[in-house]
Design a protein around this ligand. Structure first.
Ligand code: ADP
Ligand code: ZN
Length: 627
């Protein structure tokens, strides 16, 4: 049923820019808006519907939290979110900043519920977080009637891609949220998601019956993430080296199978890391405990399947390792995107082998999911893996956005010149291509590699391929490296891998030219292992390491942990890492100086200032403040 536009809520008088900035400073301790936050807040305050697409870590929450604070017109801002853990963190964070907020979901205590209802009845509650089930599930109707008596200022639907069947986390029951439009015709409806595709966006608009929404789509680049890709040569050694660069920091290792999760987690624990496994085959209770330990910073490394991640709000994840290739760049973007939500540098490294893609094809085929779309997604992923250009640019362009410059310059293996160009690439390429040609373009990757390496397998002997002049031509090149070259040649459209259950290698026209030495091809060698230590990057944010007193940082981190334990909240609710770093750089000694620190607003300064100043004084060797 179309809603007449006059039912829309009258716009509130424009809120002065300076009030918004003052609120940002006072409640969050930030001095500037991130891209599109200001616009999203504007749309909300004008009562105009909106769809806001920002990458993970882009700062979506502030877009609906701020309007609830500055708009004096009363009523509650309703936030619909499927993620109970995330709700709790956000409410804790708001309360810590002095904002009255509450959550209603199946996991809260009766006492907490009473407090939330009392706040709502008294008109104090600015933001109310609810699950979709609470709103449109059993008893939802009565609850919505109650909401009408409290007055709903706006409705923000978080993780809105769940409403779309084109999204990768479709939840059919989300469809009933369309009901909200009818129940609260006067409230602006705002959808938030990190899923970039146009289809999902359009579906959201249609499903929620949005009225001429303001559509705000942010850049999908995550400049603070350093992307690397390596072919898998010895996974454990490779992982060990990454962990060496991130001692004591948080990270996720994504694996393709439960078995691999179990064995890697066990191995890491034996190596003295605080690691835990996480996959759908574990008992609910175990899974919950491991997740909780990770969020509470009692555990550093989560070894997991894709089952882990939805709603993981730990903002200081410093690395995400993929032990195998995901099935699409959408998945890769989502999973790697869990790193560095605090805007500080973080590393995303993919260890892959060409065999991963074959394995995906097989698994998807078995489950009947190997559609053309699935194949296309898989190809996109393998192109990224074998790609020989800036990773940031590749990712952004994959999501149909212009990158705006040639390359990131310093935040991917390509730009950091970690990939080594092969000196004799023309000759190497000709050797590989001639093997493919001599094999009559009728064999797959594995066989081509066997022939090049001179392995007399059954298939080789039966077909008498030892007799070929190309047999053993590259005997001393490791298998993984050869696979890497074949991937690169496919990516550059010199070779073509046919579709179907038994893909074979063909030469393209370009390949034929390259074989004759008439086309240029680039080949990159397996890079040398990176040094184990942290490679420092230029500052991107006030939180970078420049000028940070590391010892003080650790002391503050310890203090944060104690406060968090005492209050039963995750440490990042107390302070984000970049706030700790800024503290350890500025080393404030007075409450006024404290307010200059990134991420410390008036309320936090009042609440935690004395504790923090004590730690700093103690670190300087001064006695604590006499009270
Ligand atoms: P999203 O929901 O889009 O993934 P969040 O809302 O969790 O992102 O925000 C990510 C991080 O960015 C949080 O730590 C948040 O405090 C921080 N943040 C949000 N807005 C700003 C800003 N304007 N300046 C600095 N940090 C910000
Ligand atoms: Zn780059």
């Amino acid at each position: 049923m179309p809603i007449p536009p006059e039912a829309a809520r009258p716009a509130t008088p424009p809120v002065d820019e300076s009030i918004l900035l003052a609120t940002l400073e006072r409640y969050w301790g930030y001095r500037q808006f991130r891209p599109l936050q200001r616009e999203a807040i504007g749309a909300n305050l004008q009562g105009r519907d909106s769809v806001v697409v920002l990458p993970t870590g882009g700062g979506k929450s502030l877009c609906f939290q701020m309007p609830a604070l500055v708009d004096p017109s009363g009523g509650v801002g309703l936030v619909v979110s499927p993620l109970v853990s995330l709700m709790k963190d956000q409410v804790d964070g708001l309360v810590a900043s002095g904002v009255t907020a509450g959550a209603l979901n199946a996991s809260i205590t009766p006492e907490e519920r009473r407090r939330v209802y009392a706040d709502l009845d008294a008109g104090r509650c600015r933001l109310l977080y609810v699950t979709p089930e609470r709103l449109v599930g059993e008893g939802g109707e009565g609850f919505r009637a109650r909401l009408r008596t409290w007055g709903v200022r706006f409705v923000a639907v978080d993780e809105a891609h769940c409403i779309s069947q084109w999204g990768h986390e479709f939840r059919p029951e989300y469809r009933q949220l369309a009901q909200l439009r009818e129940d609260f015709p006067g409230a602006g409806l705002h959808a938030f998601t990190a899923t970039a595709t146009r289809r999902v966006r359009e579906d959201i608009v249609a499903q929620l019956a949005l009225r001429d929404p303001e559509v705000l789509v942010g850049s999908f680049d995550r400049p603070n993430l350093v992307y690397r890709v390596r072919t898998r040569t010895g996974l454990r050694d490779q992982i060990r080296r990454v962990l060496g660069r991130h001692a004591g920091e948080a990270g996720i290792v994504y694996c393709l199978s439960r078995r691999e999760v179990e064995s890697l987690a066990e191995w890491l624990e034996q190596q003295g890391h605080r690691a835990r496994p996480y996959h759908a085959g574990l008992a609910d209770e175990t899974r919950r405990r491991h997740q909780e330990e990770f969020l509470q910073e009692r555990v550093d490394v989560m070894v997991a399947t894709v089952a882990f991640g939805m709603g993981i709000d730990r903002s200081n994840i410093r690395f995400v390792i993929h032990a195998g290739s995901p099935r699409s760049l959408e998945h890769y973007q989502q999973e790697s995107g869990r790193a560095g939500r605090d805007g500080l540098e973080a590393e995303c490294i993919l260890f892959y082998s060409g065999a991963d893609f074959a394995r995906w094809r097989q698994m998807l085929e078995q489950s009947g999911e190997l559609t053309d779309t699935a194949r296309r997604l898989l190809t996109g992923m393998s192109r990224y893996a074998a790609g020989t250009r800036c990773r940031h640019r590749t990712l952004v362009e994959y999501f149909d956005q212009p990158y705006g410059r040639d390359a990131c310059g310093d935040a991917c293996d390509w730009c950091l010149r970690e990939l080594e160009r092969v000196d004799d690439e023309r000759v190497l390429c000709q050797k590989i291509l001639s093997a493919v040609a001599r094999l009559g373009q009728r064999w797959g990757v594995g066989h081509v590699i066997d022939v090049l390496r001179g392995r007399a397998t059954d298939a080789v002997t039966r077909a008498r391929h030892q007799a070929l002049s190309t047999f053993g031509l590259l005997a001393d090149v490791p298998v993984a490296e050869l696979r890497g070259y074949l991937d690169q040649l496919t990516e550059q459209e010199v070779l073509l891998r046919t579709a179907g259950p038994y893909p074979v290698l063909h030469l393209t026209d370009r390949g034929v030219a390259a074989l004759k030495g008439q086309a240029d091809v680039e080949l990159y060698r397996q890079p040398r292992p990176l040094p184990g230590q942290r490679k420092s990057r230029p500052a991107i944010d006030p939180g970078a390491w420049d000028g940070v007193d590391r010892e003080l940082f650790e002391a503050l981190r310890q203090c944060r942990l104690e406060v968090a334990r005492a209050r039963g909240v995750p440490p990042y609710v107390v302070f984000h890492d970049n706030t700790l770093r800024d503290l350890a750089r500025r080393r404030p000694t007075t409450p006024e100086e404290l307010l200059q620190v990134y991420g410390i607003g008036a309320r936090k300064a009042e609440d935690l200032g004395p504790i923090v100043l004590d730690v700093i004084r103690e670190h300087r060797g001064e006695p604590p403040d006499p009270v």
